[in-house]
Design a protein around this ligand. Sequence first.
Ligand SMILES: *[C@@H]1O[C@H](CO)[C@@H](O)[C@H](O)[C@H]1NC(C)=O
Length: 313
Amino acid sequence: MAITNQTHDTDFIIVGFSELPQLKSLLFGTFLLIYLGTLVGNLLIILVVFWNTSLHTPMYFFLSNLSLVDVTSTFVTFPKMLISLIREGSPISLVECILQLYCVLCMLATEFNLLTVMGYDRYIAICNPLRYTVIMSKSTCTKLAVSSWICGLLEPILHTVLLSGLSFCKSHHINHFFCDMTALLKLSCTKTNTIETVTYILGTFLVMGTFLLIVTSYVKILAAILKINSTEGRRKAFSTCASHLSVVVLFYAAILVMYMRPSTMYSQNQDKILSLLYIVITPLFNPIIYSMKNAEFKKALQRARFADRSNHK
Ligand SMILES: *[C@@H]1O[C@H](CO)[C@@H](O)[C@H](O)[C@H]1NC(C)=O
């Protein structure tokens, strides 16, 4: 009896979308397709970049890092979400829950960092083309990529630690499709002011900080592009930034919609649906944007297809 009580005390249920049983199969099918699309798209980017020496440039290395982030973050959230749809709620222990949240936050932070580094890379490529290969040397790129990951892994530690100190005695139903911070805080019976403040400050710092750095890069890029005399030259210079800029806009728009809406609009169900934007939609669209907008990448993909065909002959 004591044992069953205890497991009941520590286990949470991820509710997911199980309050919509009539849409169960539709949602399951849609999310499964999106998950497979995200996996295939991002793994394809990693492989194509890996196998094509013509894509062994800083921009594509960082892109492939970004794909690794997307693969990891969806791997952490999607399977549980799919299970919660089949079983109408998926059980998860407190430790697993906190780990899941930590991983999601790490991947988000790493994504912000990598997007910033990619903006810096575009800035050097356009504003300082002659010294590009010197400045963005192999070792600098490795340092930038490694520090994006390390900072990404460190940034969410504080709120995760604070979160694990809370006690949960209310309902154990997490009204979300993963262990989202806000959804978890709603279930806590300890005061959550400190952790909310810390999360808010760190979150704003990370989002605004990286955003300002990216904007700075683009202001300089724009100034340099406007100085180019020929339309063709301008178009060419801009096209090397177009995919990065689209991904940045998509990602920050998703985060803004999520966190900057007026507080009268807050409801748990809305939260849940809006977080689909950055958990589900952006990882799917990153590879789509890059493979559609990027001529070099398209060429590499075609070469890969031809190579594949000639292998089969
Ligand atoms: C991440 O970027 C670094 C530095 O450019 C590169 O060496 C590494 O291969 C990339 N990792 C992946 C998985 O693409």
